[in-house]
Ligand binder design. Sequence first.
Ligand code: 3EB
Length: 334
Amino acid sequence: MATYPNGLRGRLVRPHEEPPPGRHLLGRIAFLDHHRPPAVRDGVADMGVHLARDERALVTEVWETDAPPTSGMYQDLVYAHDGEYLFCAGQIPEGGSYREPVREAYDAAFDLISELGYPHVIRIWHFINDINRANADGMEIYRDFCLGRAEAVDRRLGPAGEMPAATGIGSLGGGISWYLLASRSGRIRHLENPLQVPAPSYPHRYGPRPPKFARATSLSPPGLDGAGDVFVAGTASILGHETIHEGDVAKQCDVTLANMAKVLSRENLLAHGIDDGRTLKDLRLVKVYLRREEDLEAVRSACAEAFSDTAEIVYFTVDICRSDLLVEIEGIAP
Ligand code: 3EB
């Protein structure tokens, strides 16, 4: 189980499992076989994401900290904050176009972050139903989503505004479910991967506006050296900006793992001014997304070899933002 030096820790648990003594539940994301709207449930900021095809896949992600949180609703978002960390989650109902509702959802989250005073966004996840399908105007839903996100980010942060590590992946229902973590005083550094074009600089052929996220984000307590916790974004078989090894899941796994290793490497952290390093064996709370159920054994054996025996790893069969991608992996290296 991952223990983060700064008090924030994510864990995968069974539903209704209580936090350890002295720890508090900041937020809860249940991966379900249906979706569940964002709400405060039993005093906890909670949302259910439709990501499980059957009961075997049900799992709950909890974010725990050292201080008791205050929770509530802000517009359509559920949130909780403890003085140092903010968790916030929302769902955008299924619709013919996501550009505007995504812009509005991001606007609401930016407002919440500034009102409550948690300016450093650490990590964002987006689960997008029918991600590869066309919207009402014939635009792929992922591209439609990226358009709204880019406009919201431009408006708040300007065109050079930096966004944290993110995941943008398919889901099985519920429109777009998304959540984020932010910090009040933590030191946030966004990392890129020298093997990959930064996503915000992807060329136009991938959509009218590029995806806005960093390859990884490091969260360290102020005043302490080192990388702290490194949140690695959803990572895939992309070199430069191009998908590599179309149709070959084993090779896509290899490139994905090599990309993750590169982002975490001492060489890369040094290039970002951080005197530290991580390896794949440090990763915890690993989420693996695969497009085809039949690839599970191949992906599982690649991951078993790459990651630590003690890492928590979950597998979800969902669509991935590019139709030629078969696998995407994320994790956290404390
Ligand atoms: C990629 O590297 C794969 O749109 O927020 C990974 C992580 C991907 C996040 C997002 C997309 C996103 O382009 C896709």
